[in-house]
Ligand binder design. Structure first.
Ligand code: KG4
Ligand code: ZN
Length: 336
């Protein structure tokens, strides 16, 4: 049972081939639109055009790396929401075209749900119920997950997503977009207690990063009238990273203590952050609850997670096509 999955919701064009029975990822190709960094955020129209240019190559490469032909694919899966409308349409229409050509079914997948269940790419032993934490450039949300079809949103950010806070503060420090990874790298040699930045106190399972952003902006403009000295940047990065990850951990701890899950699963781009990983591991040891975080390739946007969720959600016994439409979301408007 082979599934060819496609993801094109934002600035990554990705295709993957996954064995629906064994859940083995046979290939996962990701083409990242790095050129957006010069604009400081994702430009929707340019993203759509770049998806159009990349999609055929990415799909062909996914098939070639998996050593299989289009004819051997049993079903297609594609992200249909949420995302940039033009970007979503490229992947969805390409998948529909392949489905029509081959007479195989095509299944719609929600991008955030795919992140939520992406821990299963790391381990198939995840026990329900689990507390799922999706932390990306567009989302910061906690979930209580009962099964592959049943979950509850416990809480989300009231303003910026954690990745957005990382990226905006990175831009203040002069790093290119997306800057989360630069803050992470420089933090390795910095002191997380060098500067004290606020950790917002909001409602249970809720998050807020706009105050932190303002606080860092005010601190930088008051402290440095000229360029920010390079030798101070590691301490600033480590202190910012500490403030962001402390808040993330605070919400996660609340959810874990209230719902006592069997597993904790953290996913989305920010789950690649080394401080978040270290703190989450510590929480796992303290509570004796296994913590699953996908490896880097599956933290960022990727088609393997789309194919995987389709393999858990749908049975492929009778070939039929689900009718679907593409839905956009304000959550994925261009980030600046
Ligand atoms: O999941 P993702 O690839 O795309 C969205 O769905 O948004 O997440 C991208 C986000 C960006 O904000 C990026 O800066 C952040 O993940 N990110 C990181 C790290 N790696 C990626 N943030 C902090 N530390 C990292 N190591
Ligand atoms: Zn994502």
């Amino acid at each position: 049972m082979l599934i060819l999955a496609i993801e094109s919701s934002c600035d990554e064009t990705s295709a993957a081939v996954i064995d629906g029975s064994t859940k083995i990822v046979k290939s996962n190709i990701v083409s990242s639109q790095l050129f957006h960094s010069q604009y400081g955020g994702v430009i929707p129209e340019l993203a759509s055009r770049a998806h159009v240019e990349a999609i055929s190559y990415v799909v062909e490469k996914a098939l070639a790396n998996a050593e299989c032909s289009l004819e051997s694919i049993d079903a297609f899966a594609v992200t249909t929401q949420p995302g940039l409308p033009g970007a979503l349409l490229v992947g969805a229409n390409f998948a529909k075209g392949l489905a029509v050509k081959t007479g195989k079914p095509v299944f719609p997948i929600n991008h955030i749900e795919a992140h939520l269940y992406s821990g299963f790419l790391e381990s198939q032993d995840i026990q329900f119920p689990f507390v799922g934490f999706v932390v990306s450039g567009g989302h910061t949300s906690l979930f209580l997950v009962e099964s592959f079809t049943q979950y509850t949103v416990l809480g989300s950010t009231r303003d910026d997503a954690a990745g957005e806070a990382f990226d905006k503060i990175a831009s203040m420090l002069g790093f290119p977009y997306p800057g989360g990874i630069y803050i992470d790298k420089l933090s390795a040699t910095g002191d997380p207690d060098a500067f004290s930045f606020p950790v917002a106190t909001v409602g249970e399972f809720q998050f807020s990063f706009s105050g932190l952003k303002t606080s860092v902006r005010n601190f930088l403009s008051k402290t440095f009238t000229q360029e920010i000295p390079e030798n101070i940047k590691p301490d600033i990065c480590a202190s910012v990273q500490n403030a962001i990850t402390e808040q993330l951990l605070k919400g996660l701890k609340q959810a874990v203590s209230v719902y006592k899950p069997k597993t904790i699963v953290i996913s989305g781009g920010v789950s690649a952050n080394s401080s978040l990983r270290a703190k989450a591991e510590q929480l796992g040891k303290q509570t004796n609850i296994p913590v699953i975080i996908p490896k880097g390739e599956y933290c960022i946007d990727n088609a393997a997670m789309i194919g995987l969720l389709a393999s858990y959600r749908y049975t492929f016994t009778s070939p039929y096509s689900i009718k679907f439409s593409v839905k956009s979301s304000s959550l994925r408007s261009p980030r600046k």
